[in-house]
Design a binder for this molecule. Structure first.
Ligand code: CDP
Ligand code: MG
Length: 708
C-alpha cells in the first residue's frame, strides 16, 4: 500500500458514520468470540468500515480478512470505495474477486468477494486457512450461497480438528445483517453475542398510488407510471435526490429514455416548484453496468441539480446512495424462482414482499425525513404482497450447491445444518439431476466426472456438454458457446421500431451465416467473427451486438479454457473418436448436457418437453428457428421464458437417436430411493434390489423412433 501520512479525503466522512462510535467495542467483541452477529441499519458503515477496523487492529497478521457479498456489483464497488479510503491501489492491499473477475494479488489483506467465490475457495481449502476473519455480509438477503456458507462454517466448527487445521489462532466469523433475524442467527451459532449498531433514521411518509392494483400483478405496464410519478416528484417536491426501484436493465433503460425525453420539456422557470432545482441528472444502476459508470452514482450531483437514480433492488440494501430523500417504488422485483409448471428455474418479475417495501422506503430517511411514493394501491399491498421474501434456498434449484456439498464430503445433504431447510423435493430434484448428468452414482457418491464438473462455475448441464466436447477434442466449439451463455444478452434491442427492424435484419444475417437453424451455432459464429475482426468494437456496432458483453465473453472463454487445461494436465481425459461434421459435433455435445431440455413437436407450432413435465412450449420469436418449426421434430433449448405462453429460447434441432439413450435417464431414477441414499449409506444388497426393480420398470418412453 502506498502509505501516506496525508489524511484520506474520505476520513472525515467515515467518522460521521454510526459505526464509528462503536469502533473499540466492536474490535473487542470480535477478539472475544469465535462468532459474532453484527446488525445495524443499511448505511451505518458495516460493510465499508468493519474490515478496515479489523485491519487496523492487526487481525491481518494471521491471515486475510474476507468479506462476502451476495451481489457481484456490491463486492466490486465496495472494494473500490475501501481502497480509496485506505489510500491504496485496488487489487493490492484491498481487492475483490467475483466470478470470472479476480482483482487481488498476493498482497491482498482485505478481500471482498461474492459468496459464490468463497464457496469455491472452501472446496480447495476446507479450513479457510488463508483467513483470520471471515465476514459473511448481507445475510438478511438470504442468498443461496450465503445460506450454504452459514451451514458449512457451523459444521466446520463442530469438528475442532478441521477448524484449527493449519492455523495458529482460530478463525473468527462475523455475520452481518440489517436488523433481521438476529436472534435466529445467534441461536444458529451456539448463542453467540449480537452487536447492534444503533442507527439514526428519520421518518418516511409512504403514499400509495391509484394505478397498479391486484389485476396488474402480471403486467409490466408500470414503467410509464413510475416515470410519471418520478417527474411529479421532481417538479413538485423540494430539493433532494430521487431513487426509483424497477426490476432490470431493459426496463431501467426504457425508464431513463422516457425521463430524458420528458425532463427536457420542463420549463424550470414555471414548472418546478423549488426554484433552487435547475435540472435533473438521470443515472441508471443495474448489475451488469460497467463499474466506472456505477461509481458515478455515489458522487454528489452538481449544485442546483437533482439526481435521479433508476435502480434494481441492488439499491435496497447492498448499496447506499447518500442524499436520497424520495423513493419511487414500482412494487416489483426480478426473482429467480423454481417454476413447477416447467420444472426449471426462471427469472420472473413478481411483487415484492411487505418487508422489502419497508426496506425500500427506509432508503429515503437516512439523513433527514423523506417520502416514499408507491405506484401501487393499498389493495395491491394487502392482497398481492407477501409478508416476507422467501429465502432463495427455498425457491430455486439446488443442483450446483448439492454437488459442491457432496464434493466437500457432506454426504447427507438432507440433514445438513440449514438455517432454513429447503423443501425435501428440491433436494431430491437436485440429486436426480446430478445423477442424470452422471455427477453422482446410485449411492449418491460423487463420480470422477462430478469432481471435474464442480471445478467449473457453470450450470452442471453446460459443464457436462463442455466436458463431452473436451473428450472429443472439440472444446474449441463449446468453450465460446459456454462463455456466450454466461454473459448478459449480446443482441441489442433498440426501442425505436425502425431501428429495431434494422437490428433484426442484421441479427438474421448473422444467424443465416450458420445456416439459420441453430442458435447455439450463431453464438459461436458471432464470437468467432468478432474476435477475428480487425476492429471488434466497430464490428459489434455495425451488427447491433453489445461490445461490452462480447468483451466479457472473451475473458470468460479464456478462463474456462484455463480451468480445462489445468484439469487436463492433472488427470487423464478419456478421448473418443468422432467422424461427423462440425455442426453435428456441436449439437451432439450439447445433447449430453441438454437432454433434460429436449422438446418434440406435438401439433402445429407447439412442442412438448420430454422431462416428465410434458409442458407445451413454443419457440421464442428471437430464435432463428422461429419461422421454421415445420421442418423440426426434435429440439434442445437453453432456457425458457414464461409469459402467457411458455417460450423456449436459444434452440437447436437434434436427431432423436442422439438422445435416445439419454432420455430414459430422465425417468429411471426413483427420487425416493435417492433420498434414502442421501440419508444413509445403502448396502450393496439394497442397490441390487433397486436396480432389478428399475430394470423391470424401464419401458421405452418413446415408441416411435423419429429423426428430424
Ligand atoms: O454496510 P452498511 O449498509 O452498514 O454501510 P456501508 O455500505 O458501509 O456504507 C457506508 C457509507 O459509505 C454510506 O454512506 C455509503 O453511501 C458510502 N459508500 C460510498 O460512498 N461508496 C461506495 N461504493 C460504498 C459506500
Ligand atoms: Mg452493507
Amino acid at each position: 500500500m502506498s502509505k501516506s501520512t496525508k489524511r484520506s479525503p474520505k476520513e472525515n466522512e467515515s467518522k460521521q458514520l454510526p459505526i464509528y462510535q462503536h469502533k473499540t467495542k466492536l474490535i473487542q467483541a470480535v477478539r472475544e468470540s469465535s462468532f459474532l452477529v453484527v446488525t445495524g441499519e443499511t448505511g451505518s458503515g458495516k460493510t465499508t468500515q468493519l474490515p478496515q477496523y479489523l485491519h487496523e487492529a492487526g487481525f491481518c497478521k494471521d491471515g486475510k480478512i474476507g468479506i462476502t457479498q451476495p451481489r457481484r456489483v456490491a463486492a466490486i464497488t465496495v472494494a473500490q470505495r475501501v481502497a480509496q479510503e485506505m489510500q491504496c491501489t485496488l487489487g493490492r492491499d484491498v481487492g475483490y474477486q467475483v466470478r470470472f473477475d479476480d482483482c487481488t494479488s498476493s498482497d491482498t489483506m482485505v478481500k471482498y468477494m461474492t459468496d459464490g467465490c468463497l464457496l469455491r475457495e472452501i472446496l480447495a481449502d476446507p479450513g479457510l486457512s488463508q483467513y483470520s476473519v471471515v465476514i459473511l455480509d448481507e445475510v438478511h438477503e438470504r442468498s443461496l450461497n450465503t445460506d450454504i456458507l452459514l451451514g458449512l462454517i457451523k459444521k466446520m466448527f463442530s469438528n475442532p480438528a478441521k477448524a484449527t487445521k493449519g492455523r495458529s489462532i482460530p478463525l473468527k466469523v462475523v455475520v452481518m445483517s440489517a436488523t433481521l433475524e438476529t436472534d435466529k442467527l445467534s441461536a444458529f451459532f451456539s448463542n453467540c453475542p449480537v452487536f447492534s449498531i444503533p442507527g439514526r433514521t428519520f421518518p418516511v411518509t409512504c403514499m400509495f398510488g391509484s394505478v397498479v392494483g391486484p389485476k396488474d400483478v402480471e403486467s409490466t405496464g408500470y414503467v410509464k407510471e413510475v416515470v410519471k410519478v418520478a417527474l411529479d416528484v421532481h417538479t413538485s417536491e423540494m430539493a433532494g435526490d430521487i431513487l426509483v426501484f424497477l426490476t432490470g436493465q431493459s426496463e431501467i433503460e426504457r425508464a431513463c429514455d422516457l425521463l430524458y425525453e420528458k425532463a427536457e420539456c420542463i420549463d424550470y422557470r414555471y414548472d418546478v416548484q423549488d426554484q433552487t432545482v435547475e435540472g435533473l441528472l438521470i443515472l441508471p444502476l443495474y448489475g451488469s453496468m460497467p463499474t466506472d459508470q456505477q461509481r458515478q452514482i455515489f458522487q454528489p450531483p452538481p449544485p442546483g441539480i437533482r439526481k435521479c437514480v433508476v435502480a434494481t433492488n441492488i439499491a435496497a440494501t447492498s448499496l447506499t446512495i447518500n442524499g436520497i430523500k424520495y423513493i419511487v417504488d414500482s412494487g416489483f422485483v426480478k426473482q429467480l424462482n423454481h417454476n413447477s409448471r416447467v420444472g426449471m428455474d426462471i427469472l420472473e418479475v413478481v411483487p415484492i414482499s411487505k418487508s422489502e417495501a419497508l426496506q425500500r422506503a427506509g432508503r429515503a430517511g437516512r439523513t433527514s425525513a423523506g417520502k416514499c411514493f408507491r405506484i401501487y394501491t393499498k389493495e395491491f399491498w394487502e392482497k398481492c404482497m407477501p409478508e416476507y421474501t422467501v429465502p432463495e434456498i427455498q425457491r430455486t434449484s439446488l443442483t450446483a450447491v448439492v454437488l459442491t456439498l457432496k464434493c466437500l464430503g457432506v454426504h447427507d445433504v438432507i440433514r445438513f445444518p440449514y438455517l432454513d431447510c429447503p423443501e425435501e423435493r428440491f433436494i431430491l430434484e437436485a440429486l436426480k439431476q446430478l445423477y442424470q448428468f452422471d455427477a453422482i452414482d446410485r449411492r449418491g457418491k460423487v463420480t470422477q466426472l462430478g469432481e471435474l464438473m464442480v471445478e467449473f462455475p457453470l450450470h452442471p448441464g453446460l459443464t457436462r456438454a463442455l466436458l463431452k466436447a473436451a473428450s472429443l477434442d472439440c472444446q474449441e466449439l463449446l468453450l465460446p458457446v459456454a462463455a456466450m451463455l454466461s454473459v448478459e444478452n449480446i443482441f441489442i434491442r433498440p426501442g425505436k421500431p425502425e431501428k429495431q427492424k434494422e437490428a433484426d435484419k442484421k441479427h438474421k444475417k448473422l444467424a443465416a451465416k450458420t445456416g439459420g437453424m441453430n442458435d447455439f451455432a450463431t453464438l459461436l459464429s458471432v464470437f468467432q467473427s468478432c474476435k477475428s475482426s480487425d476492429r471488434p468494437s466497430a464490428w459489434c456496432k455495425e451488427n447491433w451486438i453489445h461490445w461490452r458483453a462480447l468483451k466479457s465473453a472473451f475473458s470468460v472463454e479464456t478462463q474456462l479454457r484455463e480451468i480445462l487445461l489445468r484439469l487436463q494436465q492433472k488427470r487423464d481425459f478419456p478421448v473418443e473418436a468422432f467422424d461427423g461434421n462440425r455442426s453435428e459435433l456441436l449439437r451432439r455435445c450439447l445433447c449430453t448436457g441438454y437432454f433434460t431440455n429436449v422438446a418434440r413437436r406435438s401439433v402445429g407450432k407447439v412442442f412438448c418437453t420430454m422431462d416428465g413435465h410434458g409442458s407445451m412450449v413454443h419457440i421464442h420469436p428471437s430464435s432463428s428457428l422461429f419461422d421454421q418449426e415445420a421442418e423440426l421434430n426434435w429440439v434442445i433449448f437453453h432456457d425458457v421464458l414464461v409469459t402467457s405462453r411458455v417460450y423456449i429460447r436459444t434452440v437447436c434441432p437434434i436427431r432423436y437417436e442422439w438422445v435416445k439413450d439419454l432420455l430414459p435417464k430422465l425417468h429411471e431414477v426413483d427420487v425416493y430411493e435417492l433420498s434414502s441414499v442421501a440419508r444413509e449409506e445403502v448396502t450393496d444388497k439394497e442397490i441390487i434390489k433397486w436396480e432389478t426393480r428399475e430394470a423391470a420398470k424401464r419401458q421405452p418412453e418413446v415408441s416411435t423412433e423419429e429423426v428430424m
